[in-house]
Write a protein that binds this ligand. Structure first.
Ligand code: EPZ
Length: 417
């Protein structure tokens, strides 16, 4: 229940860092990534890439951390189930592996809390580029002994991962690849800029049609990872929940995109300051507003759960519609236990704002749902205890430190589950 006042440094984006790490498979030279966030997902992908033959070091550099990755040779083309099942981003490795050494044997990722999350667009795209694909005993077997060839790939719907996977594969394919209806998320553009720095030829970066001319090889590069717009959006909502003024360092307001308009409609004030964003809100001053998640530049699905916490204490009603994942309302029953008034109807949630939430023991189910519960706890009357906070550590670095540093009464009472 404490107001939040102070400065929070925003880290490098998890969802840019992960594909950027996978891009290191495309060259035998060294790729250096600065502003590398220290997260569980980064450690999991490090484990996966090391067993493919990538030499990875992470070290302190300036105020943050840098990562250097070098793949002199691919020592294994198998991505095993026991690693892949822990993290969806493993689905990004087939494209670069096949492009670099003509084959890949990658475990199907399996589902997760927010949906089945198949990889059919990844597979179909690789087949169009000439890879022979078989699915056997839970693994994707991809082979292209004569290399991949460019193709025109039209996505039936936007997929961030499929766009990234196939864009990386296309960099070493023979000829031109056109990705139509490509994802336009800033993290996709960040990957494309890094690939260009590595010698790739890519046009249409940031648009829904990306054109890649294949190269025989790529070379090393140094690349700074873009700021994490989802971390920043999550902390902006924290200010909305608890009231106060937060200065978010190291991110441009433009990167927040349309979410800034939604937060303003909900009653927050967001202003650009030198190298950052100032968010101001008064407790109890939140206004109900409707939200629909969409691919970029629409409202990001990764902020939907956090936004629902904010709207549950708004004045008035809100409708939240989730159009990207089929099961991304796992946080709703937990919010209701804290006193929220939310009714689900298929892909939409009708929220009627309540004067306040009440602290309760709750359980995190997935990364963004766990952040939603932290935000609810910041504003609730009484104490909230969240279990299974390992979900949080996948995507938020030192969360309790950053919030406590701004006045929140929050502590980690024991490690892990
Ligand atoms: C990325 O996941 C992000 N993860 C997700 O962030 C994010 O929610 C999502 O994009 C949407 O923005 C990373 O970047 C590591 P998609 P991704 O392919 O690539 C379906 C977080 O909290 N689909 O754009 O897996 C899929 O099931 C995470 O940081 C297929 O059907 O998302 C989903 O319903 C969660 N077939 C929709 O498309 C496919 O081949 C969008 O998925 C691929 C996807």
């Amino acid at each position: 229940g404490n107001a939040l006042n102070g400065r929070i440094a925003i880290g490098g984006a998890k969802n840019a860092a992960l594909p950027l790490m996978v891009a290191s498979l495309l060259t035998a030279d060294t790729l250096v990534l600065s502003r590398a966030p220290r997260l569980a997902d980064i450690r999991t992908l490090t484990e996966l890439l090391r067993q493919h033959g990538v030499e990875i070091d992470m070290y302190a550099a300036g105020a943050g951390h840098e990562m250097s990755l070098r793949t002199p040779a691919i020592t294994s083309t198998t991505a095993p189930y026991d690693i892949v099942r822990k993290m969806r981003a493993s689905a990004l490795v087939p494209g670069p592996l096949v492009a670099r050494c003509g084959q890949a044997r990658v475990s199907l990722p399996g589902g997760c809390a927010i949906g089945t999350r198949p990889v059919d667009l990844h597979i179909r795209g690789l087949q169009q580029m000439g890879a022979a694909i078989e699915l056997e005993s839970g693994y994707i077997e991809a082979k292209a002994p004569k290399g991949l060839r460019g193709a025109e790939i039209v996505f039936p719907f936007v997929s961030v991962g499929a766009t990234e996977n196939l864009m990386m594969a296309a960099c070493l394919a023979k000829g031109e690849t056109r990705l139509v209806n490509a994802a336009r998320e800033p993290e996709v553009a960040d990957l494309a800029h890094c690939l260009v720095a590595m010698g790739a030829e890519i046009d249409g970066i940031g648009s829904d049609t990306v054109i890649i001319q294949g190269r025989d090889s790529l070379h090393g590069a140094r690349h700074e990872i873009i700021a994490d717009r989802i971390e920043a959006g999550s902390f902006a909502i924290a200010a909305g929940m608890a009231g106060g003024c937060l200065e978010l360092d190291g991110i441009e307001l433009g990167l927040i995109g349309i979410a800034a308009e939604t937060l303003r409609a909900a009653g927050l004030t967001l202003e650009s300051i030198p190298k950052g964003i100032r968010v101001t809100a008064e407790r109890g001053g939140i206004i109900g507003t409707d939200v629909m998640t969409e691919p970029f530049p629409g409202f990001p699905t990764d902020l939907q759960a956090q936004m629902m916490a904010l709207l549950s204490v708004a004045n008035g009603a809100s409708m939240v519609t989730e159009t990207i994942f089929e099961n991304r309302f796992m946080h709703v029953p937990e919010l209701v236990r804290m006193g929220a008034n939310i009714n689900l109807h298929q892909a939409s949630a009708m929220i009627r704002g309540v004067p306040h939430l009440t602290g309760a023991p709750v359980m995190a189910t997935d990364l963004r749902a766990s952040m939603c519960l932290v935000l609810a706890g910041l504003a609730a009357q009484g104490e909230t205890v969240i279990s299974r906070v390992y979900h949080l550590d996948r995507g938020y670095e030192r969360l309790e430190e950053k919030l406590a540093g701004c006045g929140a009464d929050i502590e980690r009472v024991r490690e892990g589950g």
